[in-house]
Design a protein around this ligand. Sequence first.
Ligand SMILES: Cc1ncc(COP(=O)(O)O)c(C=O)c1O
Length: 357
Amino acid sequence: MTAAPSFEDLLGRPGLAWMGQNTTHLEPPPEVTEALLRSTREREFQLYAPALGFSRLRELIVRDLGLAGADAWVTDGAVGGLHHICTALATDLSRVVTTDPGWPWPGRFAGFSGTPVSTVDVYPAGKATAAGFAEVIEPGSLIYLIDPLNPLGARYDRAELEAIVELARDTRSLIVHDCTYRHFADGHTLVAGLYPEGTFTTYSFSKWLGLAGLRLGAVVARPDLLARLTKVPSNPLGANIQAQRAAIAGLTVKEPWLERVRAANRRNQEIVRHATETSGFGSVLVWPSHGNFVAVEVGPGLAEAVCAAMLEHDVFIRPGTYQSPRSGDRFVKVSTSVPVEWAERFAVAWAKLEVWP
Ligand SMILES: Cc1ncc(COP(=O)(O)O)c(C=O)c1O
């Protein structure tokens, strides 16, 4: 098996259907592009931004989430905030509990700081239960909950979150509610509304607004809780100033933009599902997916071969191995907030797949 090519190598293939990073590749709102151009013309890149982000942006993020009374800290992508949570709070944490499949970095950050990490197996349904977490949790843990779950696309119902919050209260644990994909979900509930005294909500501009390369996100929490992180912020010189201008512009035109991006996402998810059903190879694991991606079961040991074969047809998708040590060899993940031509190319390529166990 050949090793997966680096992102840098893939960038050298301009015609590639880029369906492997859950990023959005539609023409951005003109207001966002204009904000970037204006900021460049005004040479704002010569300045540092405020340590916690522009006040206007912080207000807009809190308003977008509808978490009155909360405060936002603008970070270098959601991942910058997650890194700081897992390292700055490490001495107060007995354990991090999370899921497999999931997103591996927060567990790695915690492990790097010496905090033990436990994962609960959620394959193939994509949701942990309070009972599942209860088997591994200790007093003073941090529950890292990705919702909707990258890579499977499941999202939690309110009652499921209430049970997890009860466990967190009983064990005096914190919750990180990673809401990176919230804008693609139907009927999403914020844990912070149920457990404001113990929840950090992480927020990203990489996915719904498509600013992945600009590196902008946020951590939102009650001011007393957020202050535990911001008394010594990880980047006191401020997150990317141009990205903040673009994010403000994006939040200002959020409704029409989301309507467009969600419609494109849903249509492409249907194309991917139809392609797997009609080819007789693979099956979508969680439907509907509440993220901008779908996960497709392809059979044990086949995920990397399928991705390599798709790449030969100029379609970049990812194997589950990146996100699931337990089950990742048996599924692939396909990002869907992309031009319809890419989804159609995916369908044609999928129909031609010849993968032998
Ligand atoms: C679950 C999850 N959290 C966080 C991130 C990182 O987001 P950002 O690009 O805002 O750093 C990702 C990116 O793929 C993700 O899937």
